[in-house]
Design a protein around this ligand. Structure first.
Ligand SMILES: CCCCCCC[C@@H](O)CC(=O)SCCNC(=O)CCNC(=O)[C@H](O)C(C)(C)COP(=O)(O)OP(=O)(O)OC[C@H]1O[C@@H](n2cnc3c(N)ncnc32)[C@H](O)[C@@H]1OP(=O)(O)O
Length: 309
């Protein structure tokens, strides 16, 4: 169905095939990512998190945090996505949600081929939400390693369809939603971690160079008093807390990750992640201590439970 709006053409948009992308990484990238989400940032370097940033020559391999998989989508959205039939201003883009399924433990180095497709587009009036699905296959074996579904919230890009029947396209099963109800009872466990004032400058070295996180002038034009933290950096802190507190430090215990970014985080703020267990699902929410605001909420499905819980 094509609408009368000259900017928006759903026929063109839905027929468009997004190009494959490639992502190659090694142990150095894995370590830089882990440092970017605060690994070894709170305790002395002999903490449990050393395995994410260092391994002795010839002994074991560096361990890969499951949220590292979110980087495989770099290149699809961060450099501005050209979609025929749909226009938006990339400087007003905010990361809205992230959903990740991990099918087998992430290797410490790999070369991946990403198949990218449009998973959703919604006209929210003042904004639009755009969802991209990325399936990452290991080059050579062709094995499917993981799937990411990235939702971006495009401020100012809504209102392109009939307001009495706003355009809504979703191309994935409804049971893969992100909706989460935070339990009313006390959390099972809570983890507090301070981000560094330089956190976004460190995190960006993993490949998301969006100036919203580093350039004060750009941040002001985008409506913020100063650069904000990458959503995926906040998500990385939260999931690392779950691995530490619920999964006994085992990053391979994580199967599925979902998170919705509710409010922006500023580098230097303290993140408090509260966790509840429901079967093999960890429901979590992350608050900024200094402003007492919930910034992220979601769930993590795990493969098994540690006996001490
Ligand atoms: C490696 C690949 C990377 C991918 C690219 C990412 C690039 C990065 O560099 C960019 C970033 O990291 S930006 C930083 C992280 N994100 C944020 O800080 C955003 C935080 N969230 C907000 O500010 C608000 O929730 C806000 C502004 C998002 C929405 O708040 P409101 O305007 O108040 O919206 P509201 O009126 O409550 O809802 C309107 C409709 O939108 C839906 N919605 C709300 N929040 C959403 C969110 N976070 N994600 C998806 N949808 C969302 C609501 O459900 C509502 O829809 P409906 O009317 O149908 O219920």
């Amino acid at each position: 169905m094509a609408t009368s709006d000259s900017e928006f053409n759903s026929d063109l948009l839905l027929a468009h095939k997004l190009p494959e992308t490639r992502y190659t990484y090694n142990e150095r990238d894995v370590a830089i990512y882990a440092l970017g989400i605060g690994a070894c940032g709170q305790d002395a370097v002999d903490s449990d998190e050393l395995k994410f940033v260092y391994h002795r020559n010839g002994q074991d391999l560096i361990q890969v945090l499951p949220t590292f998989a979110s980087l495989f989508t770099l290149g699809s959205l961060t450099e501005g996505l050209d979609l025929p039939g749909f226009k938006y201003d990339p400087s007003l883009l905010l990361h809205g949600q992230q959903y990740i399924e991990i099918y087998r433990p992430l290797p410490s180095k790999a070369s991946l081929i990403n198949k990218v497709s449009l998973a959703g587009l919604q006209d929210k009036g003042k904004a639009a939400t755009l969802e991209l699905e990325t399936r990452s296959y290991e080059e050579g074996s062709g094995e499917l390693l993981c799937m990411n579904r990235t939702t971006v919230f495009l401020r100012g890009a809504g209102g392109f369809s009939n307001s009495s029947q706003p355009f809504s396209y979703k191309n994935y099963p409804s049971n893969q939603g992100l909706a989460v109800k935070i339990p009313q009872r006390q959390p099972l466990t809570v983890c507090e971690e301070r981000t560094q004032p330089s956190q976004a400058l460190l995190y960006r070295l993993s490949g998301d160079y969006n100036p919203l996180h580093s350039d004060p002038e750009f941040a002001k034009l985008a409506g913020f008093p100063r650069p904000i933290l990458h959503g995926l950096c906040t998500l990385g802190f939260a999931i690392k807390a779950i691995i530490k507190c619920v999964c006994k430090g085992d990053p391979t215990a994580v199967k599925t990750i979902s998170g919705r970014f509710l409010t922006t985080v500023f580098p230097g703020e303290t993140l408090i992640t509260e966790m509840w267990l429901e079967g093999l699902r960890v429901i979590y929410q992350t608050k900024v201590k200094e402003r007492n605001k919930t910034v992220l909420a979601g769930y993590v499905d795990i493969r098994g439970l540690s006996s001490s819980l």
